[in-house]
Design a protein around this ligand. Structure first.
Ligand code: 13P
Ligand code: ZN
Ligand code: NA
Length: 283
């Protein structure tokens, strides 16, 4: 069934695990996540960026995920990722979304707090939880682009203040990850993570997990990360599976063949990432 994400995240944290949150784009990727999570007996978060909502439609995504979640006996949460708009968040909540991320990273501190607080008050009034972000995660996601000099690691004291000022339920932090893949090996600032974890009461979220070595993901979870966002590492196998279908038969024209291959490829990664997060068997 479709459920709130916060209890899932808290339960995973108690078990020294994290909930894998997968960015999806269409019917087949929703099925890949639900089937993969279901086979792993893992609570899971399905999330969409505003770009995906523009592409697929909030009503379509909400209805498909609601139906898919009702058909399985694992908890599934539906989350809007990196949303800068109060209105879009309301629209999502009206369409089966069970938690939201308000992203005010482009604003200065005071404006960011004002926006996040407004969203949090509204969301809490209707029983929804809110993820906020402090610091700036680098890389490209949708129409957001943060280059290396603009990216800013989270300052622990600011994280504490931000949580207090806004009333958010989970906090996304910048500790050296970036959206998309990496040129070299990303270096995560684990000490900063532990410092933030010691100062902040709400569960912490790691964005930009694609391309981060498994050992670093595990260390991050050990130090308190309880939700792991994965987008690019699902997009890549999907594209590869489609390309390889057409390489085998350039006249392929059956969407069930190339999208079916894509769904299988994505599902395989979903299961691997769930095991990496240690959320398998928690449902
Ligand atoms: P990746 O594309 O690096 O997995 O980042 C995902 C993310 O943070 C979505 O919000
Ligand atoms: Zn992100
Ligand atoms: Na990444």
């Amino acid at each position: 069934p479709l459920v709130s994400s916060l209890p899932l995240i808290k339960k995973a944290k108690e078990k020294k695990a994290a909930i894998a949150a997968f960015n999806i784009h269409n019917l087949e990727t929703i099925q890949a996540v639900i089937e993969g999570a279901s086979e792993e007996r893992a609570p899971v978060i399905i999330q969409t960026t505003p770009g995906t909502l523009r592409h697929a439609g909030i009503e379509y995504i909400g209805a498909i995920v609601k139906k898919a979640a009702d058909m399985v006996d694992i908890p599934v949460a539906l989350h809007v990722d990196h949303c800068p708009s109060f209105d879009t968040i309301v629209h999502c909540i009206r369409n089966h979304y069970t938690s939201v991320m308000i992203d005010g990273a482009h604003l200065d501190y005071e404006e960011n707090v004002a926006l996040v607080k407004r969203v949090t008050e509204m969301a809490h009034a209707v029983g929804m939880q809110v993820e906020g972000e402090i610091g700036k995660i680098g890389g490209v996601e949708d129409d957001m682009f943060v280059n290396e000099d603009e990216a800013a690691l989270t300052v622990p004291s600011e994280a504490k203040q931000f949580v207090e000022d806004t009333g958010i339920d989970t906090l996304a932090i910048a500790i050296g990850t970036a959206h998309g893949m990496y040129k070299g090996e990303p270096k995560l600032d684990f000490e900063r993570l532990s410092e933030i974890e010691a100062m902040v009461d709400v569960p912490l979220v790691l964005h930009g997990a694609s391309g981060v070595p498994d050992a670093s993901i595990k260390e991050a979870i050990k130090r308190g990360i309880a939700k792991i966002n994965i987008a690019t590492e699902l997009k890549n196998p999907m594209a590869k599976a489609i390309v390889s279908t057409f390489e085998k038969n350039k006249d392929e024209n059956d969407p069930r063949n190339y999208m079916g291959a894509a769904r299988e490829a994505v599902k395989k990664v979903v299961k691997e990432k769930i095991r990496l997060c240690g959320s398998n068997g928690l449902a």
